[in-house]
Design a protein. Structure first.
Length: 256
C-alpha cells in the first residue's frame, strides 16, 4: 500500500488531486485554514538575522517538512513486512526542473535514512509563494562564513567548541519538536557554550513539529529527524550567505 503525502502551499491548489481511493496525508503550509506549518513560526529565529529568502530555499524546507511528516505519521504496522513503507511525496515547488534532476539522489537519501521506499513527484506552483513576515524590532547583523548543525548532543557540542575557537563568527543551527527533552538539552548546551565563550553565541532554532493525524500513530524512532536537521542547516546557510555547512561528525559541506 502506497501512502501519498501531499503539500498544499498558501491558497494554491494541492500538488496531488484528492482521491477517495488513496491513503493520503496532507501537509498544509500557510494555508488559510487548518494549517500544519506557518512560516512566521518556522523561521521565527532566522528572521532576526535579516535573511535573504529565495524560492529554492522555501522549496527545500517544504520538501523536508513533507518528508519529516511522512516519516512520523505513516504507520509502519500497515506495511507488508510491518516495517518498510511505500511513500509517495507530491511536492508543490517553484521550479520543477531542479527537483526532477535531483529526484533519484533525494529518494536514495530518504531511503537510506528511514529504510523505506520513496517516490517523489514535483508539481509547479501556479504563482509565487510570498509568506507574510512582520518586521523585526531589533535585527541582528551577522553574516557567518560557516553554519554548524547543533543538536544539543555531546558530539555537536564538542564540534561547536572547536569551530568557535577558529571561527568566532560561526553560527549554530538546531531543530526541535514539541515535547521531549531535546529542547531542554539544547538550552543547557548553548548556555554552557555562552558561558565558555563569555558572550552570546549566534544560534538559530527551528520549531518544526508535524501535527497528529487522528489514529495514525507517530514513528517512535528519530531516524528521519536528519531530514529536517540537514534542511534547516542548508536553509540557514543559504539565507545568510554562508559558504560552509558543518556537521558534528567532522564533516564540512561547501555550498555553491
Amino acid at each position: 500500500m502506497t501512502w501519498h503525502v501531499v503539500t498544499t502551499i498558501a491558497d494554491q491548489a494541492p500538488a496531488f488531486p484528492p482521491s477517495t481511493n488513496a491513503q493520503t496525508i496532507d501537509v498544509r503550509i500557510d494555508t488559510p485554514e487548518k494549517w500544519d506549518f506557518r512560516a512566521p513560526v518556522v523561521y521565527q529565529d532566522l528572521l532576526h538575522y535579516q535573511p535573504e529568502f529565495s524560492p529554492l530555499l522555501f522549496d527545500l524546507m517544504h520538501a523536508a517538512m513533507a518528508a519529516y511528516t511522512a516519516d512520523v505519521r505513516v504507520p509502519r504496522n500497515r506495511a507488508y513486512d510491518q516495517w518498510t513503507r511505500d511513500i509517495h511525496l507530491h511536492l508543490s515547488v517553484s521550479d520543477v526542473g531542479p527537483w526532477e534532476a535531483a529526484g533519484k539522489t533525494l529518494t536514495r537519501l530518504l531511503s537510506f535514512l528511514t529504510g523505506d521506499h520513496w517516490t517523489i513527484t514535483p508539481y509547479a506552483l501556479a504563482g509565487a509563494y510570498e509568506p507574510a513576515f512582520k518586521p523585526v524590532k531589533e535585527p541582528k547583523d551577522s553574516r557567518p562564513g560557516s553554519v554548524a548543525l547543533f543538536s544539543g548532543g555531546l558530539d555537536s557540542f564538542i564540534r561547536a567548541l572547536d569551530l568557535l575557537a577558529s571561527e568566532p563568527d560561526a553560527l549554530l543551527c538546531g531543530h526541535y519538536a514539541r515535547g521531549g527533552g531535546t529542547s531542554a538539552a539544547q538550552h543547557d548546551a548553548i548556555n554552557a557554550l555562552n558561558a565558555h565563550a563569555g558572550r552570546t553565541v549566534p544560534y538559530i532554532r527551528y520549531s518544526v513539529a508535524p501535527k497528529g493525524g487522528g489514529n495514525r500513530a507517530s514513528e517512535i524512532t528519530t531516524r528521519g529527524r536528519s531530514i529536517i536537521f540537514l534542511a534547516t542547516g542548508a536553509c540557514t546557510a543559504l539565507a545568510l550567505g554562508a559558504t560552509r555547512l558543518v556537521r558534528s561528525e567532522e564533516h564540512t559541506s561547501e555550498l555553491q
